[in-house]
Each structure stands twice: as structure tokens, then as C-alpha cells.
Design a protein around this ligand. Structure first.
Ligand code: SAH
Length: 298
């Protein structure tokens, strides 16, 4: 009490005097027994050296001590393996290259963009199958082959301004965003526009501008566009979109009656002239909104 009191230790740090005395007595008896028995002394000394050796052999060196931290850093630096990579490569090989798509820039992008991030969880096993999938609100994410074909038909250059009508899941917009500096995309269903915007942001596509509106009328403030892609089918070519196409620009649009097959058109504008190329039959969800004849906003 007296000694410790002077150092100002708190009561919890103090050794009770009785215990100290008892401990000292024990040590004294221990030492005396060694002195009287040299063999026991040698044995205990040997054990002591061994124990010290063990302790020195495995000190917590700086290399081993921060083990968990090192592991965490390594995990952060190593990209997570993509379990869908093989499926995606196979999709591009089997459904695109073999069927005649040739634009390597587009094909490389199709190998890169994670389509599984754009489908609903229940469709994950089909994310790389070559067919459209429901995305809610009666809409679909387009068939991968058609996405690649339409992208190829746009004949994009890196600095092109591109407008997409029908954002849907945002997948086509992501493909475009890999190929050009900036993409503008319009979706008429606010919930889809919202979730596509969040998804694209999460995946790092900062060069996509999304607007909730009737895409039939285009995005006049941003015209002219070098390329316009319409991913829902109007029953006629939307004149406002044609007007917002730059001289030399390309528009790809499926045109036809709702609920059936439509014709995919590649339109190339030169001055006042528009050349139209028929690219075959396709099946798209209808473009809805004010611009549609006789259908209103269905
Ligand atoms: N490109 C999309 C799929 C398009 S599905 C993707 O990659 O996932 C067609 C989309 O067009 C639907 O989301 C539908 O809501 C939208 N749409 C239909 N009519 C529209 C209009 N008038 N303006 C803008 N979007 C429209």
C-alpha cells in the first residue's frame, strides 16, 4: 500500500500485500529446492532454454503478423473471376461470329459487357442464351444477336453522338457506351429508366445520359446525332428522329405492326436524301406513345 500509493496507481493495479508475501515465499522455497538438488536444476534449466528457443523461433515478425491485412489487400487487387465469361465468349462465337457478324470492335464489346447484370435474377441461367428475356412492365431485353447486328449496322466511330430510343434494361446503351464517347437514351417507363440509370452507374458507365420521355420525338437539344437506334418498333419511321440525324448519319429501326414481325431498316442520310436498306425480319415490342398512329399510348 505504502509503496504503490506513492506512485499513484489505481487500486485495481495494486498487488495485495498478502499475495505478494506469499509469492515471495514460494519463489524462495523453489530456489532452495534447486540449490539442494543439482539434477533437478539442470533439468529445469534445459526446459527453460528449450522454451525460450521455441519462443524465439516463432516471433510475431512483421511479415507474419499482418497476415489478414495482406490477404485483404491481395483480394482487393485481384479482379473477381467472372463466372459468366465462358458463357459470354461462347455466345459471341456461336451466335454472332458463326452467323456472319464481322465488326471485331462490336464483337469484342459483346464479349465484354456483362449481360447477366441486366437481366432479372430468375433469368440469370439464361443470361447468355440467344433470345430476349422479360425485364418487367411487359418489356424485354433484346436478343444478343440482334443487339450486335443493330450495333454493327450503325457503323460507329469513337466520337459519334448516339441516340437510343427504348433504354429498357440499359444493356444496348452499355454496348454503345463501350464504342463511343457519349450516348443519349430515352425510356418511356419511368421505373425502367430509373433502374437502368442506377445499373449503368453501378457498372461504371458514366457516359450514358438517360431521359424519361416519349422517344418518338427524339432529344432535340442534343441533335444532330451521328447514329440513332430504335429498340422498340414504331409502325412508321418517326420523322422527328430522321430530322435529328446528322448529314451522313445512320439510323437503325424496326418498322411494322405491333405484336407481329417487323422489318429492320438501316437508313443512311446524305443531305436531303435517305437511303433505306432492308435487313430482314425481326420481332420487337411496340414503340408506344403519342407518335403512333391509331394505337395511342398502349
Ligand atoms: N434496348 C433495351 C430493350 C428495349 S425493349 C435493352 O437493351 O434492354 C423496348 C423498350 O422501349 C422498352 O423498355 C419500352 O418501355 C421502351 N419504349 C417503348 N415505347 C417507347 C417510346 N415511345 N419512347 C421511349 N421508350 C419507349
Amino acid at each position: 500500500m505504502k509503496n504503490n500509493g506513492g506512485r499513484g496507481l489505481s487500486p485495481t493495479n495494486q498487488l495485495p500485500p498478502l499475495t505478494a508475501q506469499a509469492t515471495m515465499g514460494l519463489i524462495a522455497r523453489f530456489v532452495r529446492s534447486f540449490a539442494m538438488n543439482p539434477r533437478l536444476f539442470v533439468l529445469m534449466f534445459g526446459l527453460f532454454i528449450l522454451a525460450m528457443g521455441g519462443a524465439c523461433a516463432a516471433p510475431p515478425t512483421p511479415d507474419t503478423a499482418p497476415g489478414p491485412t495482406t490477404a485483404v489487400v491481395t483480394a482487393a487487387l485481384t479482379p473477381t473471376p467472372d463466372p459468366y465469361l465462358n458463357a459470354r465468349l461462347r455466345m459471341v462465337e456461336e451466335t454472332m461470329r458463326r452467323r456472319g457478324l464481322k465488326d471485331e470492335r462490336v464483337l469484342k464489346v459483346m464479349e465484354k459487357v456483362p449481360r447477366h447484370e441486366f437481366v432479372l435474377p430468375q433469368y440469370l441461367p439464361e443470361a447468355y442464351a440467344d433470345h430476349p428475356l422479360p425485364i418487367g412492365y411487359g418489356q424485354t431485353i433484346s436478343q444478343p444477336y440482334i443487339v450486335a447486328l443493330m450495333t454493327e449496322l450503325l457503323q460507329l466511330e469513337p466520337h459519334d453522338k448516339v441516340l437510343e430510343i427504348g433504354t429498357g434494361s440499359g444493356y444496348q446503351a452499355a454496348v454503345l457506351a463501350e464504342l463511343v464517347d457519349e450516348v443519349w437514351t430515352i425510356e418511356i417507363i419511368p421505373e425502367l429508366a430509373q433502374s437502368a440509370a442506377e445499373r449503368l452507374q453501378r457498372l461504371g458507365y458514366t457516359n450514358v445520359h438517360i431521359r424519361t420521355a416519349d422517344g418518338y420525338y427524339g432529344w432535340p437539344e442534343e441533335q444532330p446525332f451521328d447514329a440513332i437506334i430504335v429498340t422498340a418498333a414504331p409502325d412508321h419511321i418517326p420523322q422527328p428522329l430522321l430530322a435529328q440525324l446528322a448529314d451522313g448519319g445512320v439510323m437503325v429501326v424496326p418498322v411494322g405492326p405491333p405484336g407481329g414481325y417487323q422489318t429492320l431498316w438501316q437508313l443512311i442520310k446524305t443531305g436531303d436524301e435517305v437511303k433505306a436498306f432492308n435487313m430482314g425480319g425481326v420481332a420487337f415490342v411496340p414503340l408506344v406513345g403519342g407518335g403512333q398512329r391509331g394505337r395511342g399510348g398502349q
